[in-house]
Ligand binder design. Structure first.
Ligand code: ZN
Length: 204
């Protein structure tokens, strides 16, 4: 199937109501509809165009419990092996989550900088649980269960939060909030715990 230019959806920015409203479950009978299947394709193309590692339907103004995730190897090539290992970050193939539920399986807080396509141009240290289990349907209506840790667990927590109207701003360490440009300029080479100490962030 060819992808038309209008497959790229507008990513809504913080302050828009759709980002703070809980999304509705997708009815299983609607999952195979042309509308839902087209939405999933457009979300995939919008995520790749941004580019981002995840996108939830409320971010494109749709109040349905749908998220897409993909962490490509090419997004990771500028990170050193040490930093990839520190974050537990490995490539994740494209997949779709319909009506996901998330259970924390290891609550140990992992503190890393995180950003969001709906808070464009900013980043902050955001504690996330070390490991989670997610149960969902895929785009074909098949059940899937994901048990994972590291960066993938962070992406899952971030995207599933969107489906409840939550943003990383709600759980970040506020004194580490900064522009992405300043992160690159001043802090990118600094261990996260050191950034927190220097900026006076209180861990939680
Ligand atoms: Zn986001």
């Amino acid at each position: 199937m060819s992808v038309l230019p209008d497959s790229i959806l507008k990513i809504r920015q913080v302050g828009e109501r759709c980002l703070r409203s809980p999304a509705r479950p997708v009815a299983p009978k609607d999952l195979s509809s042309a509308e839902i299947q087209a939405l999933i394709e457009m979300m995939r193309e919008t995520m790749r165009d941004a580019p981002g590692v995840g996108l939830a339907a409320p971010q494109v103004g749709v109040d349905l419990r749908i998220a897409v995730i993909e962490d490509r190897a090419e997004y990771q090539r500028d990170l050193t092996p040490d930093r990839l290992a520190d974050r537990g970050r490995e490539p994740v193939p494209f997949h779709v989550l319909i009506n996901p539920t998330l259970t924390v399986t290891d609550p140990t807080p992992q503190r890393h900088f995180e950003g969001c396509l709906s808070v464009a141009g900013y980043t902050a240290v955001t504690p996330r649980a070390a490991a989670v289990q997610v149960n969902a349907l895929n785009e074909k209506g098949e059940s899937l269960e994901i048990r994972t840790g590291g960066w993938y667990a962070r992406i899952l927590q971030h995207e599933i939060d969107h489906l409840s109207g939550r943003l990383y701003l709600d759980t970040m360490l506020p004194s580490t909030f900064m522009t992405s440009a300043n992160f690159q300029r001043y802090w990118a080479a600094c261990p996260t715990e050191e950034v927190c100490r220097v900026l006076g962030a209180v861990p939680h």
